[in-house]
Design a protein. Structure first.
Length: 392
């Protein structure tokens, strides 16, 4: 079996051994229910609250402002729906962008069916929202602005501080989906005027199935799940203690030596981009060239399909992802790539390689080498490429 070269860290990351070690006792030794009054339960409660405090400290929030969820999508749903329903007496208008994660877009589309009005902001060729359009879209009915911190596909980082200032000036709640940003970018919710923030542990070497929503004290929001007193009556259900412990440890480790880790990732990212552009023609880098996540590389290869590219890479032991949504049963390409102005035929040939702590320069060079051969072979079978060559 070929060695796996994993370059899909934006999809998920391997759980670090230190995280797993901290989690294990809470499966079969310290297994008490945190709501129980005896010592076995209270030890679980202490572990939960310790992680809550750690996570809060990492974003300059109070521990009582951190609410655990089953992941980032759940946190996104809660933030948008919870604020919408709790504040419908004040207004029914929400502002978001066309390049959000589906957890936001589909929630907004659902709310539109419930009578809410939603404005989907345009983005420029790099995927950055138009701040003037944002300000012009605000009405007396606007109750929420939800703009992601960093895009999950093209890696572009939004002007979050400026958006937060606009929201604060107009007394509008501001939520950001920071699932891709947490663990990669230092975030201070006070400095950035963020009222709610979504995160997911498996994006920063924690376990899957656990996330959190930061909710600033005083935000008016409906409960997510009713039926118990957990998470201060806002999300009922017995807490995922091992997951919560793992999330706390993972975020702590993620921010150790962050600047050094990011410098390494940026070097690898630029090496990968340069290797592709130096050896393959008719390619396009998607996303902002510098205002992007340190490990994100999203490139379109003209005249080929992203799915074929992924399958060929997999045969070489390389794991990446495509902006094309073919795997979800539709022939439509990524809504993000269409929103930045790419035509369908180019958007279909996208490849996202997201680098992580474990990647090396040797792996980057190997991927470039394999891509050169794969792209050449796929283009040789492409009628579009033949047509292009015939016209030149």
């Amino acid at each position: 079996m070929k060695k796996l070269i994993y370059m899909d860290n934006a999809a998920t990351t391997p759980t670090r051994q230190e995280v797993l070690d901290d989690m294990l006792p809470y499966f079969n030794i310290q297994y008490g229910n945190p709501s129980s009054v005896y010592s076995l339960g209270s030890r679980s409660r202490t572990a939960v609250e310790k992680s809550r405090e750690i996570i809060g400290n990492m974003i300059n929030a109070g521990e009582r402002e951190i609410f655990f969820t089953a992941g980032g999508t759940e946190a996104d749903n809660w933030a948008v729906r919870g604020v919408a329903y709790a504040n419908k007496d004040k207004g029914n208008h929400i502002i978001t962008s066309k390049v959000e994660h589906q957890g936001i877009i589909h929630t907004c589309e659902y709310l539109e069916k419930q009578g809410f009005a939603v404005t989907y902001l345009d983005v420029d060729e790099y995927g950055i929202v138009d701040l003037e359009q944002l300000e012009e879209s605000i009405t007396d009915e606007t109750i929420l602005i939800s703009i992601m911190f960093a895009n999950n596909e093209i890696g572009t980082v939004q002007p979050i501080k400026e958006i937060g200032e606009i929201a604060k000036e107009r007394n509008i709640y501001f939520h950001t989906d920071a699932v891709q940003a947490i663990g990669n970018i230092r975030i201070d919710v006070d400095e950035l005027n963020i009222d709610m923030l979504s995160m997911a542990a498996h994006k920063f070497h924690g376990p899957k199935g656990i996330g959190a929503l930061y909710i600033r004290r005083g935000v008016k929001i409906d409960p997510l799940i009713i039926g118990g007193g957990q998470e201060r009556n806002r999300r009922a259900g017995t807490e995922n203690v091992p997951g919560i412990v793992g999330m706390g440890k993972a975020i702590e480790l993620a921010y150790e030596n962050l600047d050094e880790k990011n410098e390494k990732l940026i070097q690898l990212r630029e090496r990968l981009i340069k290797g592709i552009f130096d050896n393959i023609d008719h390619v396009r880098l998607n996303g902002h060239p510098t205002k992007r996540l340190p490990g994100n590389v999203n490139i379109c290869f003209e005249f080929i399909e992203g799915e074929s590219l992924l399958l060929s890479l997999d045969m070489e032991g390389i794991a990446g992802s495509s902006g094309s949504a073919c795997t979800s049963g539709t022939l439509e390409p990524s809504h993000v790539l269409l929103s930045i102005g790419l035509p369908h035929e180019i958007a279909h040939g996208s490849l996202r390689l997201s680098l992580g702590d474990n990647n090396t320069a040797e792996e980057v060079d190997y991927v470039v080498e394999k891509l050169v051969g794969i792209v050449s072979r796929l283009r040789a079978m492409s009628p579009l490429y033949e047509q292009f060559k015939g016209g030149n």
